[in-house]
Design a protein around this ligand. Structure first.
Ligand code: NAD
Length: 389
């Protein structure tokens, strides 16, 4: 079949096998041309390994530091007539390239929140790595089934306490409008913490510890977004921010049990991923951030951020903020960038968008998440969706 993008709201329901492979290869190239990334941690577990920041973390550790990896992600397999998820193609493309480079790359596909997938992952670690010395937690999910009670929790991305009115962008049409977002109920806020807070991270570390597969001196990272005042009403001070705040609690609990250097929350910049596309207001902020940071020569995408995290920020001595977090959002939140963002924000409208923000690049980055719009790919080719690139 000829595989084309089918966009429904903020997701694309198709993915291109060859395009996804080219995108993985480009990320590998980005790391390889910059040279080796120093790290003693050669046995790595990446939770949420197939797209976005998790995939970039797996790539940097494998191709920068020569690590062997076990990855976990949730995917849809392709069939003869339907494409798989972008993450499925990314996983296959990554494994193929990692193995060609002489690295172990094992992927477990299923619900990382479940006890069964934790047990399966531990079995894979035992068999292929023995133990792990780095665990990257990069899951982003709208739903979680509590493994103990079977209860299903859904996150709600809403403000706390009061309704918030903000500008927002229809990325399909380029229309900037005002939205009013009603505040979350207490139940919705609690459910969001259940899904995106630190509980599952702690359960993973406890399960790995109990199974004896955590190496002495291991470190675990979990990714957060703090952002600036422009997004605080919907993000940092909303339900998601509350859930992310719970990561700081969980990190402290892991450090108490496993040592002062065992767990860090890492604050990253806003980039275009499947998860960030679903958050109201963030795509508008993101399109303007791309333009402002590019103009200042500070532009970074997903792989650039994670490369800088491991190549620079995690090299000893690791600098931490007052909350013990590693900050790779320093350029986004620098005064120069935020002064310009704050100046432009009130001027944003459907008419001014093209001058003040970069919707074309944002759209192109979104399509690339699904393997579309990459140079050198023949998009008119008749392909079996089960092709591995
Ligand atoms: P993403 O959507 O690209 O990746 C999410 C990953 O989680 C995928 O590999 C997916 O398969 C996996 N996943 C989802 N549900 C799962 C489940 N039940 N079981 C197993 N795997 C599952 O998201 P992302 O934007 O890379 O987000 C990763 C982390 O980075 C999140 O904690 C997010 O808050 C954080 N972060 C993102 C941004 C941003 O702008 N995108 C900024 C700062 C921090």
């Amino acid at each position: 079949m000829i595989i084309e993008p089918k966009i429904r709201g903020f997701i694309c329901t198709t993915a291109h096998p060859i395009g996804c492979a080219v995108s993985v290869q480009r990320q590998i190239d980005h790391v390889v041309v910059k040279g080796a990334v120093e790290s003693a941690r050669k046995r790595v577990l990446v939770l949420g390994c197939s797209t976005g920041y998790g995939l970039a973390s797996r790539i940097v550790n494998t191709f920068g530091s020569g690590a062997d990896t076990v990855g976990v992600s949730f995917e849809k397999e392709p069939s003869e007539s339907k494409t798989g998820s972008a993450g499925w193609y990314n996983n296959r493309a990554f494994e193929k390239r990692a193995e060609a480079a002489g690295r172990i790359a094992v992927t477990v596909e299923g619900d990382a929140f479940s006890d069964a997938i934790k047990a399966d992952t531990i079995a894979q670690i035992r068999e292929h790595l023995g133990q792990v010395d780095l665990i990257v937690y990069s899951l982003a999910s709208p739903v979680r089934t509590d493994p103990k009670t079977g209860e299903v929790y859904r996150s709600a991305i809403k403000p706390m306490n009061n309704a918030v009115t903000s500008k927002t962008l229809n990325t399909g049409t380029g229309e900037v409008s005002e939205v009013e977002i009603q505040p979350a109920t207490d139940e919705e806020a609690a459910a969001t913490v259940k899904v995106m807070g630190g509980e599952d991270w702690e359960l993973w570390i406890a399960a790995l510890s109990e199974a004896g597969v955590l190496a002495d001196g291991f470190v675990t990272l979990n990714y957060t977004y703090l952002g600036s005042e422009l997004t605080w009403p919907i993000y940092h001070k909303g339900t998601l921010g509350r859930a992310k705040g719970d990561l700081d609690r969980a990190a402290a609990a892991i450090r108490k049990q496993h040592g002062a250097d065992s767990a860090y929350v890492v604050a990253l910049k806003a980039v275009v991923t499947q998860a960030s596309s679903a958050i109201p207001v963030v795509p508008l902020y993101g399109t303007m951030l791309i333009k402002v940071m590019d103009e200042m020569g500070l532009g970074e995408g997903t792989i650039e951020q994670i490369d800088r995290l491991f190549r620079v920020k995690l090299q000893a001595p690791v600098a931490l903020d007052d909350e013990n977090r590693v900050r790779v959002d320093d350029w986004e939140l620098s005064k120069t960038v935020q002064d310009e963002m704050t100046y432009r924000w009130p001027l944003l409208s459907t008419e001014t968008l093209a001058n003040l923000a970069d919707l074309d690049k944002h759209k192109a980055e979104f399509l690339r998440l699904f393997g579309f719009g990459l140079g050198g790919v023949d998009y008119s080719a008749d392909l079996d969706p089960r092709t591995v690139g």
